[in-house]
Design a protein around this ligand. Structure first.
Ligand SMILES: *Cc1c(COP(=O)(O)O)cnc(C)c1O
Length: 444
């Protein structure tokens, strides 16, 4: 479907970044705000499957998928076709003025495939942060309360409310003025760094004690949690943590919001990461990144009575649920529904977890291997300790980039390498990318 075929192979033909990327970068530095950083200034011209091609003709293996966005694969054939057809028919009306079918279809599919058999409704927006902001609005309106609880190491976005919900003030909040009020941070379950024998239920009790003592129930609207934390370093809470938290919110009339912006849409080998824990029953989910193969669209999906508590006109936005982006989302969701995509994420977990655990056994600089599906990570430490080792990760990210593997760091301490490949990646490409990484680890 893409205009020119993109060979699914790694090919490094210049230094990275090459001369054309460097020239583009000079233009960028002159024209683009310094506030928008540049992790790897190679300028990408085209992509397909799991390969991105830069302006100099380098073919890079993509282990990041634009942070878990092109989960279905770059320029996925069905997505390209859906976008091309839709863009020629209708690009905008504003759904809250004169609606169109694609928006409704996305909502139907999300209502069907999100966890829980209760009656659900959805509403669409443009970005993950916008979905989180609106989930909080919806929960506040439904409960007539204000307080929001979030977790250590969390990431929820870059708008005023959502940067106030992030764990790291730097770089997300620092200097941008007053934080949003009524947001309280409580301890997360982080098995690698918690006391060795701490169970999920105990970690949940620790968080609940914080909530009860330091926040109080009186004015608590919602608890917001990433069932697997993204930017925080793919932290998978101990088994039982999410269920205990869920039981507590339901017993106390608090809305439970699962932020599945990074972990949702087949990424972890289930439709949603929430599906992995029996008894974890979020009332609302926020969904974005992987939903539309690279087109900007996001959603809040959840219990119909909570979703309907907002007055007409209270939710919306000019571009939210744009027809072209919605058509792309339908194309992605229908492929997942048809089968094979979720299974591919499970196969990727098997391959990755075998390879990454082998690396951990060989190299004491690796402290932890964790994650689910095609959302796995390595946490690096100073050998023999659990002290975070950011220097190792910095070197490895550079090494991979120079060798044509696009890889991402993560973590509160920047000491985690995360794997978020497009699910279209072949076993051979994935193995080759891990070989490149291992060569870098050997050199440390
Ligand atoms: C990326 C992310 C967001 C923010 O999404 P944007 O589209 O960048 O606004 C929110 N929550 C989680 C868990 C994320 O990973």
């Amino acid at each position: 479907m893409s205009e020119l075929p993109v060979a699914q192979e790694r090919k490094v033909v210049t230094s990275i970044p090459g001369p054309k990327s460097q020239a583009l970068h000079a233009r960028r530095l002159a024209a683009v705000s310094a506030g928008a950083g540049a992790a790897l200034p190679v300028y990408i011209e085209k992509a397909h499957g799991a390969i991105v091609v830069d302006a100099d003709g380098n073919h890079l293996i993509d282990l990041g998928a634009g942070i878990g966005v092109t989960t279905i694969g770059h320029t996925n054939d069905a997505v390209v076709k859906a976008v091309q057809e839709q863009v020629a028919n209708l690009t905008h009306t504003l759904f809250t003025l004169t609606p169109y079918e694609q928006y409704v279809e996305v909502c139907e599919l999300l209502n069907k495939h999100t966890p829980g058999n209760h009656s659900k409704k959805s509403v669409l927006f443009n970005s993950g942060a916008e979905a989180v902001e609106n989930a909080v609005k919806i929960a506040r309106k439904a409960t007539r309360k204000n307080g929001i609880v979030v977790f250590d190491h969390a990431y929820h976005g870059r708008t005023n409310l959502t940067y106030s919900m992030n764990f790291k003030a730097a770089p997300y909040g620092n200097g941008f003025g007053p934080m949003a009020g009524s947001v309280q941070h409580v301890p997360m379950s982080y098995p690698f760094r918690d006391p060795a024998a701490m169970t999920g239920a105990e970690a949940a009790q620790r968080a609940i004690t914080y909530i009860e003592k330091r926040v109080g129930l009186e004015d608590l609207a919602a608890v917001v949690i990433e069932p697997i934390q993204g930017e925080g370093g793919f932290i998978v809470p101990a088994p039982g943590f999410l269920k205990a938290l869920s039981d507590w919110t339901h017993a106390n009339g608090v809305v439970l919001i699962a932020d599945e912006v990074q972990s949702g849409i087949a990424r972890t080998g289930r439709w949603f990461a929430s599906d992995w824990e029996e008894g974890f029953e979020p009332d609302l989910l926020t969904i974005a990144k992987g939903i539309a193969g690279g087109m900007p669209i996001s959603a809040v999906t959840g219990r119909a009575e909570i979703m309907d508590a907002t007055h007409p006109g209270g939710l919306g936005g000019t571009f939210g649920g744009n027809p072209v982006a919605a058509a792309a989302a339908v194309a992605v969701l229908k492929q997942i529904e048809a089968g094979g995509v979720i299974e591919r994420a499970q196969q990727i977990e098997q391959l990755l977890s075998a390879r990454l655990n082998e690396l951990k056994a060989k190299y004491p600089v690796i402290g932890d291997v964790r994650g689910r599906g095609a959302m796995m990570a390595l946490e690096f430490v100073e050998p023999g300790t659990s002290n975070p080792n950011q220097a190792a990760v910095d070197k490895l990210v550079k090494h991979c980039h120079s060798n044509g593997v696009l890889i991402l760091n993560a973590g509160t301490y920047y000491n985690v390498i995360r794997f978020l490949p497009p699910l279209a990646i072949s076993d051979d490409l994935l193995n080759e990318a891990i070989d490149v990484l291992e060569a870098g680890i050997k050199e440390l």
